[in-house]
Ligand binder design. Structure first.
Ligand SMILES: *[C@@H]1O[C@H](CO)[C@@H](O)[C@H](O)[C@H]1NC(C)=O
Ligand SMILES: *[C@@H]1O[C@H](CO)[C@@H](O)[C@H](O)[C@H]1NC(C)=O
Ligand SMILES: *[C@@H]1O[C@H](CO)[C@@H](O)[C@H](O)[C@H]1NC(C)=O
Length: 802
């Protein structure tokens, strides 16, 4: 029954303890974890038995189904003692009531008593966390208020001895939020109160404490390990906002210019920095940027003259594309790699030779693409030219002449201009300017000789060459082209052009007509050489033409007439002694010199021994005394010869009548042995002879006077002796003193032609231009110049044809 009661009222142990006692069930209440041997109660007393009887009755504690015997009975004292460790948590875990059931078995008679031992909890367990660490990975980007559930702590104890609360170590970021679950259990959360920054603190260690309500209170802790996960919240940061580098131009490819660097506080991909140029332009071809290392190197040609400075935007990007930028300024430094260049801006070419010194001929510009001292250029010109460089504005120079130019000396100049810069080493260049000097007609033609003489024999052919003149003119082309011409003038009153002509191109002087020495021996012409310039320049030269004599004139017999044409008869006194002058042959030769040197000869005579003739004088003298036996009529043929080569000659016949008396003249008729005359003719002849004889006597007397005064021949003329003009030339002159007449003269003569018609033939000069009688021709060596100098006045004379 008691057992049944226990079943009925199992929940109310204390109350049933009395009942149990009544019905033999024993109930005890003990705290757990009592030491072995500790007394729980006295069974004997509680059952009302004598303690000695227990052993008799073989009392023992038994368990149902032979489980652990936690207690035992001291048979001597009847005390129930702890035999095994009683751990409430082990027996009952979280159950609020924990009753240990044992049985007490008694024999003789068999009695079974239930022993219910109520185990009471003591605070023997601390709160405990399942893990040693609580690990959290929290994004640094987590926002404020974010919650993170924490594991609960466990405590084997129950009730007040169980977990009563939590506390969190003081920290900057989190606080603890404790909540009650349905069922009364508490749990807690971490609440983010302040944002995390991985870059500031990448992990946090927080101590979480759980405590129970026992006394003394026990607690357990756990470390909360918070790992802050990276968020790409940092842009890469360049070490400088502006990088500056300087680089000499012409640096080779791969030259390191500068290294840029940017750091990203993030980690992993978020912190992986890639460098790059920010803008796509030409500059990228000049420089390369290593995307990993940030090294900027030369990748193209660096030319200061093209670009003296580069400004590049560079970017640094992390793996997720956050970027920042910096400026890279690369200053290129100049290297003297450009030689100066000389430009010819203007040039007066050709330049007239008459420019005055100091004339600007050209303008030169010098450029150097380098900078600073590398572009300072000095210009110079070679020394041996009459030009200089005058610096003008900036890098302009004037090319200026320094002296007088003369094309005839130097017609071309190669002017070399050199330019050198002041770099180190200096570079230089040069340019040659070709300059021609243009001609100015500044040189007159100059004859090669001061005067020219031409010698020509008379009777030249018209058109024959006399001589040639030549003049030189060093000027250019037409300014130096010489044209010859005759200067106007007169020779003997006729225009000079009727005598000579000059070939305008060659300067060859031709005779236009045949010259006659007997007319004039020389003349002068002026030849002008003129160039073709504008205005032309000229010079004059005198050409003297000397005509030389040719033996072209036969001796002219003035007295008596030529053979066969004259019937002059001389009277020879019978009493004439030997050596007395009987007559004289008078002859002249228009030539001169040897050509006019006459010699006389008797080629035929009636009585060869009777008369002789002076070889040079032409005087006919008796060789011996005339005797009675001599024939009355004497006939002489005289030849007059000049000394030319070949010589020319003329002959005449002379009739001599040895008689003292003209009364004997009737025989004259017989003298004309070779004539078959008419009566009239005979009479005329007789008349003429009479007259002639009369006059001839005079002549002989006069000639006698003349021969006495040989050294003063002019007296003959100066004395104005009355020689009939019919027999003496009006301009008769004795030049060489040999008694011959020479040179030009006119004469009129009445001569019997000896023709049967006995007509008088009037012979006159073929030249109308006869000389007045009073104008004697006086020629002496000193007179030549006078004559030549005054050609117009020299008489143009005709001669008698014979
Ligand atoms: C100038 O140079 C040209 C071309 O080189 C050459 O033919 C000429 O003879 C030179 N003239 C002088 C005066 O040196
Ligand atoms: C000749 O000289 C004149 C000036 O006197 C000049 O103007 C002209 O050009 C020259 N002729 C030549 C062919 O050089
Ligand atoms: C040459 O003669 C002409 C004519 O008499 C004259 O006009 C000219 O000036 C002369 N020239 C010289 C260079 O004497």
């Amino acid at each position: 029954m008691g057992f049944i009661g226990f079943l009925l009222y199992g929940g109310l142990a204390v109350i049933f303890l009395a009942l149990h006692l009544v019905f033999g069930d024993l109930s005890y209440s003990i705290p757990e974890e009592m030491k072995r041997g500790s007394v729980i109660g006295n069974i004997a007393k509680d059952l009302g038995l004598e303690s000695g009887r227990l052993s008799a009755r073989n009392a023992r504690v038994d368990t149902e189904d032979n489980s652990v015997k936690y207690c035992n009975v001291n048979l001597n004292t009847g005390e129930l003692m702890v035999q095994e460790r009683i751990d409430r948590e082990g027996l009952c875990a979280k159950r609020a009531s924990c009753v240990l059931k044992q049985e007490l078995v008694l024999e003789n008679p068999l009695e079974v008593h239930r022993i219910n031992i109520r185990v009471q909890d003591i605070n023997d367990n601390s709160p405990q966390f399942k893990e040693e660490q609580l690990k959290f990975d929290i994004q640094e980007s987590a926002v404020k208020g974010a919650r993170f559930l924490l594991d609960e702590a466990h405590d084997g104890d129950i009730g007040e001895n169980g977990v009563q609360g939590y506390s969190l170590q003081q920290n900057d970021h989190f606080k603890l939020n404790v909540n009650m679950k349905t069922g009364g259990r508490k749990y807690c959360e971490l609440v983010l109160e302040k944002e995390l920054d991985r870059e500031d603190k990448k992990e946090l260690m927080l101590l979480l404490t759980a405590f129970d309500g026992g006394s003394p209170r026990r607690s357990g802790t756990v470390v909360i390990h918070v790992t802050v996960l990276d968020a790409n919240d940092n842009v890469p940061v360049f070490s400088q906002a502006v990088y500056k580098a300087s680089l000499p131009e012409n640096s080779p490819v791969d030259t390191l210019v500068i290294t840029v660097s940017a750091t990203d506080a993030d980690e992993g991909v978020n912190g992986d920095v890639n460098y790059g140029f920010n803008d796509v332009s030409d500059e990228n071809q000049v420089f390369a940027l290593n995307s990993k290392t940030g090294e900027v190197t030369v990748a193209g040609s660096i030319d200061y003259e093209k670009e003296s400075s580069y400004e590049l935007q560079i970017s640094a990007k992390d793996g997720l594309g956050l970027a920042s930028y910096a400026t890279l300024i690369i200053d290129i430094t100049d290297i003297n790699d450009n030689a100066p260049v000389i430009y010819l801006k203007s040039l007066t070419n050709p330049i007239p030779e008459n420019v005055s010194p100091g004339t600007e001929v050209g303008i030169i510009n010098v450029q150097d693409r380098d900078s600073d001292s590398n572009r300072q250029v000095r210009c110079s010109i070679q020394q041996n030219v009459p030009f200089k460089l005058v610096p003008s504005i900036k890098n302009y120079y004037s090319l200026v002449s320094t002296g007088q130019l003369d094309r005839e000396l130097v017609s071309d100049y190669n002017i070399t201009i050199s330019a050198t810069d002041e770099g180190s080493p200096p570079l230089s260049s040069s340019k040659t300017v070709q300059l021609s000097v243009a001609d100015i007609n500044d040189n007159p033609p100059v004859f090669e000789e001061q005067s020219y003489s031409a010698y020509v024999s008379e009777n030249n052919k018209a058109g024959s060459t006399l001589c040639s003149v030549s003049a030189r003119d060093p000027d250019w082309r037409q300014n130096g082209t010489v044209i010859y011409s005759l200067l106007g003038g007169e020779v003997n009153g006729a225009p000079v052009s009727s005598y000579v002509s000059v070939n305008g191109d060659t300067g060859v002087i031709h005779a236009v007509r045949s010259f006659d020495y007997e007319q004039f021996r020389s003349f002068k012409v002026q030849v002008m050489a003129r160039d073709n310039g504008s205005p032309p320049l000229s010079s004059n030269v005198t050409v003297s033409v000397f005509i030389s004599d040719v033996n072209d004139n036969s001796p002219q017999i003035l007295y008596p007439g030529s053979e066969g044409k004259s019937f002059m008869t001389e009277l020879v006194p019978k009493a004439a002694h030997g050596g007395s002058l009987v007559s004289k042959v008078i002859a002249v030769d228009a030539d001169s010199g040897q050509n006019a040197w006459l010699s006389y000869q008797i080629v035929k005579s009636t009585d060869p021994g009777l008369f002789t003739i002076g070889v040079h004088s032409g005087e006919i003298r008796t060789q011996r005394d005339i005797s009675e036996s001599d024939s009355m009529k004497q006939n002489l043929v005289v030849s007059v010869k000049d000394n030319g080569q070949p010589s020319l000659s003329a002959t005449c016949s002379m009739y001599l009548l040895i008689s003292d008396n003209l009364a004997e003249v009737p025989e004259l008729k017989d003298i004309s042995y070779d004539e078959k005359n008419s009566k009239l003719t005979s009479y005329l002849i007789i008349a003429l002879v009479c007259v002639s004889t009369f006059f001839l006597t005079f002549i002989i007397i006069i000639l006698g006077v003349r021969f006495c005064r040989r050294r003063k021949p002019r007296l003959l003329f100066d004395g104005a002796v009355a020689i009939p003009s019919a027999y003496l030339p009006p301009n008769y002159a004795d030049v060489d003193g040999t008694g011959t007449l020479r040179s030009a003269y006119n004469y009129d003569a009445y001569l019997t032609t000896g023709s049967r018609t006995s007509d008088f033939k009037f012979v006159s000069s073929y030249n109308d231009n006869t000389l007045p009688a009073d104008q004697t021709l006086r020629k002496s060596p000193s007179d030549f110049a006078e004559v030549f100098g005054d050609c117009d006045d020299s008489p143009e004379v005709g001669i008698c044809s014979s």
